[in-house]
Each structure stands twice: as structure tokens, then as C-alpha cells.
Design a binder for this molecule. Structure first.
Ligand code: SF4
Ligand code: MG
Length: 320
């Protein structure tokens, strides 16, 4: 498969006032590179504040990148006017309710992008909205109702229908299931997978928990304090996590298969995530890493391919 979107050395720093006229920077995304192939789902996980949402928003230029490149279908769009690309790239949010105008009917909410992008109006728009509602498993009569009349899962379906209205190729799903009941989560994930098959969509699927992206992702990237620390094919990452942070995240997930008798020992991460305003020198994970050694304080580990597209940023890899 061809690469649909690629980011190279992406950085997003937010300036903050430090007092006494000094300025600091929150290094929310700090030199992150990856690509996503057409039709695949790249999962992106990490604790809150690790920069995963900022990465998503910067890719579609809801935030302007501080530096680095964004390449969409072979074209460098880092500094381009985004208007022509807005149709190709859409976003689904964690809290659909916050992004749905409570005074607009569902039909108007889904139909709005059709008008903004001159795709359809009048009766054609109406028919298209009904089609979109059916596509996400809702009823065409729902068009006349208001967001508050729907459950959380249904509202997420409405948000997805609106994102699909402009027929995008690439969708950033920013924790689309985190706020939903566990019983609803699987339904939404299954629907996103069906839609991907049907419409040839490419996803960046952001979540704070590795268990949420396991099912849907072809590959998974793990972020810590603005850095990508590990990236691999899903199966590889879950069966052979190599970064100490990924190992800790995975150890927190119960193994669903009773045939796997090997007890996974839960690794408790000590301490809090350090401030992205003043991250530790060398490896940013070293203050919580049980394997940290001298070199980790002095030298920042770079993301390296350890074989078969499995990338790890950890000095331990050089000891093998
Ligand atoms: Fe731990 Fe050092 Fe590897 Fe960082 S580089 S994850 S501190 S062993
Ligand atoms: Mg977030």
C-alpha cells in the first residue's frame, strides 16, 4: 500500500510566560516522525498530556507546526493553504456532545459541511443527510431531532456522519470511545472498521489505553512526553513490547485469553509524568524507568528500527 500521510520531525511547542518576563515552551510534540499507509489504521497511545492529541491536531493544521513536515499524498502541505485539504482530512472527537451545536437539528449538523464545501443543497442535501444517517446505523427520521435526544453512542455516530459528509480519505479519531460505556465502545469500533472497509478510509486512532486500539490498529505507536518511544505492527507490539514504558502500559491490561496461563506481572510506574515544560535530560522516561543507567541521563535515545519495522527509542536496544 502507498503512504497516504507522513510526518517528519514534527514539533509543536506552545510558548508560556514564566514570570519575570521570561518565556518557556511546552514541548507538546517533539520531533515525531511516522507514516500511515492508505487504508490502514495507526493507533497512537499514551497518558494524557503525552502529545497524542496535539500530534493529531497539528497534522491537520488545527495547530500550526513549530517545525517539521507534513506530507499528504506525496505533497508537502506544511505551509499550504489548508482549505482544499479540509475535505480530505476530518476529525472525530472524544466528546461528540461538545462539538454538536445543541440548537441545531441533527440534519442541519450533518448537512452543514455539505453546504460549506458546496457539495449539496436543498433536496439533494436532505437525501445525502439521510444516506449518511443510515451509513452510521441511525434512522433517516432522526434528522429532525436535536443532539440532546440521543445517547452518547448515538451522538458519536452523528459526529462520525458529519465527518463523513465531505467524503474524507483520512480521519483522525481522537479518543472517540473513551467517554462511552464499555458496552458501546465495541459497537463504535466495529462500525469504524466497517466504514473503513466500505469507504477505503485511513485512520489515526488516538487513545490513552493500549487495549482500546488493539482491535482496530494495523500498527501502534506509543508516545511519552512529546516523543514517540515505540512503534510496531499491532501483533508485534502486544506480544513483544521492547520499550520499558510500553511494557508498563501493557502490564496494566488484563489478558483476555484464559489459555495464556503465564501471569503478566503488573509493572507499577513510580512517580508522576514530569512537566513537558522542563522534561528530564537524556531519555524523558528515565525518572520512571526501572532500567535507567548512566547513559540515559546524558544522551537522548533515538527511534531505531530493531527489525521488521519495529521501532524503539531506548538505549537498552544497543546492549542486545
Ligand atoms: Fe529506560 Fe534508559 Fe531506555 Fe530510557 S533509554 S527507557 S531510561 S533504559
Ligand atoms: Mg487528548
Amino acid at each position: 500500500n502507498e503512504v497516504l500521510i507522513e510526518v517528519k520531525n514534527l514539533k509543536k511547542y506552545f510558548p508560556v510566560k514564566m514570570g519575570l518576563g521570561k518565556k518557556g515552551y511546552i514541548k507538546a510534540v517533539d520531533d515525531v516522525s511516522f507514516f500511515i499507509k492508505k487504508g490502514e489504521t495507526l493507533g497512537l497511545v499514551g497518558e494524557s498530556g503525552c502529545g497524542k492529541s496535539t500530534t493529531g491536531r497539528t497534522i491537520i493544521r488545527l495547530y500550526e507546526p513549530t517545525s517539521g513536515q507534513i506530507i499528504f499524498k506525496g505533497e508537502d502541505i506544511t505551509k499550504k493553504d489548508m482549505l482544499p485539504y479540509r475535505k480530505s482530512m476530518q476529525m472525530i472527537f472524544q466528546d461528540p456532545y461538545a462539538s454538536l451545536n445543541p440548537r441545531m437539528t441533527v440534519g442541519d449538523i450533518i448537512g452543514e459541511p455539505l453546504e460549506i464545501h458546496n457539495i449539496a443543497k436543498g433536496n439533494e442535501k436532505k437525501e445525502r443527510v439521510q444516506e449518511l444517517l443510515r451509513l452510521v446505523g441511525l434512522n433517516s427520521e432522526h434528522a429532525n431531532r436535536y443532539p440532546h435526544e440521543f445517547s452518547g453512542g448515538q451522538r458519536q455516530r452523528i459526529g462520525i456522519a458529519r465527518a463523513l459528509a465531505v467524503e474524507p480519505e483520512f480521519i483522525i479519531c481522537d479518543e472517540p470511545i473513551s467517554a462511552l460505556d464499555v458496552s458501546i465502545q465495541a459497537q463504535i469500533v466495529n462500525m469504524l472498521e466497517d466504514l473503513q472497509q466500505q469507504l477505503g478510509l485511513t485512520y489515526l486512532f488516538i487513545a490513552h489505553d493500549l487495549s482500546m486500539v488493539k482491535h482496530i490498529s494495523s500498527r501502534v505507536g506509543v508516545m511519552y512526553l512529546g516523543k514517540l518511544v515505540e512503534l510496531a505492527e499491532s501483533n508485534e507490539l502486544y506480544s513483544n513490547p521492547l520499550h520499558p514504558y510500553t511494557q508498563a502500559l501493557l502490564s496494566a491490561i488484563p489478558i483476555p485469553d484464559p489459555k495464556i496461563s503465564k501471569e503478566r506481572t503488573r509493572i507499577i510506574l513510580e512517580g508522576d509524568v514530569p512537566s513537558p515544560l522542563n522534561p528530564p535530560t537524556g531519555c524523558r522516561f528515565r525518572t520512571r524507568c526501572r532500567y535507567a543507567f548512566d547513559r540515559c541521563k546524558e544522551e537522548e535515545p533515538v527511534l531505531k528500527d530493531v527489525g521488521c519495522g519495529h521501532y524503539v527509542a531506548c538505549h537498552l536496544m544497543d546492549r542486545k
